[in-house]
Design a protein around this ligand. Structure first.
Ligand SMILES: NC(=O)c1ccc[n+]([C@@H]2O[C@H](COP(=O)([O-])OP(=O)(O)OC[C@H]3O[C@@H](n4cnc5c(N)ncnc54)[C@H](O)[C@@H]3O)[C@@H](O)[C@H]2O)c1
Length: 244
């Protein structure tokens, strides 16, 4: 069902996004890879192509609205309507309320939440015209609990879950599934390397182990799982909580 269809994955240069992009390519999907790290992204696209896949790398700063719109337009022009959009890119800079500036705050919020809106709006009509699709936003424990020194990341992740709930309801009419996903296990990624405690680093796993949940989510439309927060487990399973 996914073979020959398109996935758009943000933050695909490394970490969890890289694992998701590779899993989609292994399913025979054509993958539009978006990331600010154009150097790494070129290697990811080359790796997918070497394995017989089809990938397009688009270097973009998702904190910038105009660049984000242009990246979405480029992906749509190249591949047409995607079956799935996974907005996985995020930035976590731990800063207290006393330290953070408005510019810092806006940058993190824009990458997490503004980009989710712009990318989702860009694919919304094409997905409607294609008869459906699936939107997936990477959330976090920070999407439902509070943490100190996450003055931007915490509300950004809460916001993305709010956008998910609204669009899951609006998407019913158009056969579009909208879900949030969280890592259901500690994962070995550059973000984790910066932010995990030593105890967590003892038991972090390859994010590729979490990829089956994202393959499952790519297959969803409004008749399947929608409006849920899905925790991707390292044994390839997942738990889903209905948020509607
Ligand atoms: N690592 C964890 O334990 C953990 C826990 C909960 C949620 N998450 C979420 O999972 C997702 C992936 O996390 P990860 O650990 O792989 O993160 P990561 O930092 O390792 O990778 C994130 C990717 O996003 C890209 N990115 C950052 N800023 C960008 C920008 N301005 N424009 C375009 N791309 C940009 C980075 O270059 C990177 O490739 C994130 O949404 C994160 O919030 C991670």
């Amino acid at each position: 069902m996914l073979q020959g269809h398109t996935a758009i994955v943000t933050g695909a240069a490394q970490g969890l996004g890289y694992a998701i992009a590779k899993a989609y390519a292994a399913e025979g999907m054509r993958v539009a890879l978006l990331d600010i790290r154009g150097d790494l992204l070129a290697d990811v696209a080359a790796e997918i192509k070497q394995n017989g896949g089809d990938a397009l790398s688009i270097t973009v700063d998702l904190a910038d609205a105009g660049e984000t719109q242009r990246a979405a337009d480029a992906a749509l022009a190249h591949y047409g309507a995607p079956r799935v959009l996974v907005h996985n890119a995020a930035l976590l800079i731990t800063r207290s309320m006393r330290e953070i500036t408005l510019a810092d705050w806006q940058k993190e919020i824009n990458i997490i939440l503004q980009a989710a809106f712009i990318l989702s709006k860009a694919v919304w009509e094409p997905m409607i015209n294609a008869g459906g699709g699936s939107l997936v936003y990477l959330s976090s424990g920070s999407g439902y609990k509070g943490f100190i020194e996450e003055v931007a990341y915490n509300p950004g992740k809460h916001g993305i879950e709010g956008l998910m709930k609204c669009l899951a309801l609006e998407g019913r009419e158009f056969n579009i599934a909208v879900n949030a996903a969280t890592p259901g296990a500690p994962i070995n990624t550059p973000m984790s390397a910066q932010n995990y405690t030593e105890e967590l680093k003892q038991r972090w796993v390859d994010p590729a182990l979490l990829a089956p949940a994202f393959v499952f989510l790519a297959r969803q439309d409004a008749g399947g799982l929608t409006g849920h927060r899905v925790a991707a487990r390292s044994d390839g399973s997942w738990d889903a909580i209905d948020l509607l």
